[in-house]
Write a protein that binds this ligand. Sequence first.
Ligand SMILES: [Zn+2]
Length: 249
Amino acid sequence: MNISKFRMPRQNKQGAAWQKLCDYIDKVAAENGTEFSPADYLGRELFAEIQTLPATIAKLKTVEKIRLSGSNIKLIPPEIGQMTALKSFVPYPSEELKWLPYELTHCKALNYTHISIRAQYGNFKTRKPFPSLRDNPLRYDNEHVCCSVCRKEMTWEETDQFWINLQVGSHVMPLLANLCGESCKAQLPAGARGYVPILHKGGPELKQRGLGNPFDGPKAITKAMMDKWLDEYDRGLQLLNEKIAKEKV
Ligand SMILES: [Zn+2]
């Protein structure tokens, strides 16, 4: 199985593109703007150099709509969870974008998303394998990291990282959670139906459901039959992955 190793985006933070992006964020925040569309402000050429977003997006408290179409962005930082007015998140098409933070679930008004599904780890079309967080944990740029649940500040040595697929707006997305301990781990919901049902660390040993949308069944199969089958399948998958997790921890 071909598992990609993740490399942090090598964002040039000295160049004109990053500087202009930071200025744009300050401008939208100062004007209480409702839309964040950096391609329009930077122009296509500079926008193509952007691989992640600055932590200062946390200031965009009035922004309802993020448009990142056609970007080379690889990673969205957890500060997006502080954009409390966010309703619409449209990075599509952004084939490089694979790392989305669990903090997206903090955006309670978020009800519309459009992402490049095939690019996502664990997507139902290709079941793209998840990179292992055991061998290759992700480090954001910040010196510290906050727990994705209780928001407590931790060192990078203290955090425990997991993947979980959850419904966010219009899509099920693979989200990266940083967790401070067992009590916060216990607060995360089960994975979305049709996906790995428990928190996991990815890697080649992880078993995923087979290809295809589990809800695309022949018409003769009733919803009750499908639900029963899914419940049995999920239970089996859960037991298997719990066994893998126990052996690894
Ligand atoms: Zn916590």
